[in-house]
Design a protein around this ligand. Structure first.
Ligand code: GAR
Length: 207
């Protein structure tokens, strides 16, 4: 049974998608806490509804980066965290935490990385950029987190078509359905120790 700390900034639909699979027993894990850089995001209501502890932690509450990293680390250790899941979390994770949780932090991104990733590419901005580039397909990516935004090893991707009459909103809805499918699949694989890193690539066993 793995202990998962979820970091989220907003609505929390990916948190809910994963937690649904945990509650049904499909993923052998528990969500030990939800951490946000926002004071009262909708994801907190969803977590509290399931009696999951919530923590508002913002870099601005600390004078130094080190104090911020230490505080986060203490919380993660307090819950014996095995896996960090970034579910719509828009801030960079401190490098020290990335080092301590190497290949144990997962992020979902609403595009086919390495395209349309990096600082500033989040939420509807990603879909606006895809439409502007006139790409014929988009999708979602689950990847390991490293020290650089949207840069870590890709674990799983799936595609959706971009339709001629799409708006950022309609495209986001289509991509979100893929997110809600592939993110729980990858979290499940992690919790069942089925993710293997080989020659700088990632393989999911028994899939
Ligand atoms: C999701 O679409 C996720 O891919 C995106 O934020 C949304 C959060 O939705 N993340 C990023 O853009 C990260 N760069 P949710 O709060 O309903 O899960």
């Amino acid at each position: 049974m793995k202990n998962i700390a979820v970091f989220a900034s907003g609505r929390g639909s990916n948190f809910q998608a994963i937690n649904k699979h945990i509650k049904s027993g499909d993923i052998p894990a528990r969500v030990v806490c939800v951490i946000s850089d926002k004071a009262n995001p909708p994801v907190f209501d969803k977590a509290q509804h399931d009696n999951i502890s919530t923590h508002y932690i913002n870099r601005k509450q600390f004078k130094k980066e080190q104090e911020y990293a230490d505080f986060l680390l203490r919380i993660l250790q307090k819950y014996n965290t095995d896996l960090i899941v970034l579910a719509g979390y828009l801030k960079l994770i401190p490098a020290e935490i990335v080092r301590k949780f190497r290949h144990a932090i997962l992020n979902i991104h609403p595009a086919l990385l390495p395209k349309f990733g990096g600082k500033g590419y989040y939420g509807s901005r990603v879909h606006e950029a895809v439409l502007k580039a006139d790409d014929k397909e988009s999708g979602a990516t689950v990847h390991f987190v490293d020290e650089i935004y949207d840069n870590g090893l890709i674990i799983k991707q799936d595609k959706v078509p971009v339709k001629p009459d799409d708006t950022p909103h309609t495209l986001a809805d289509r991509v979100l359905k893929v997110e809600h499918r592939i993110f729980p699949e990858v979290v499940k694989a992690f919790c069942e120790d089925r993710i293997q890193i080989k020659n700088n690539g990632v393989e999911i066993k028994d899939e």
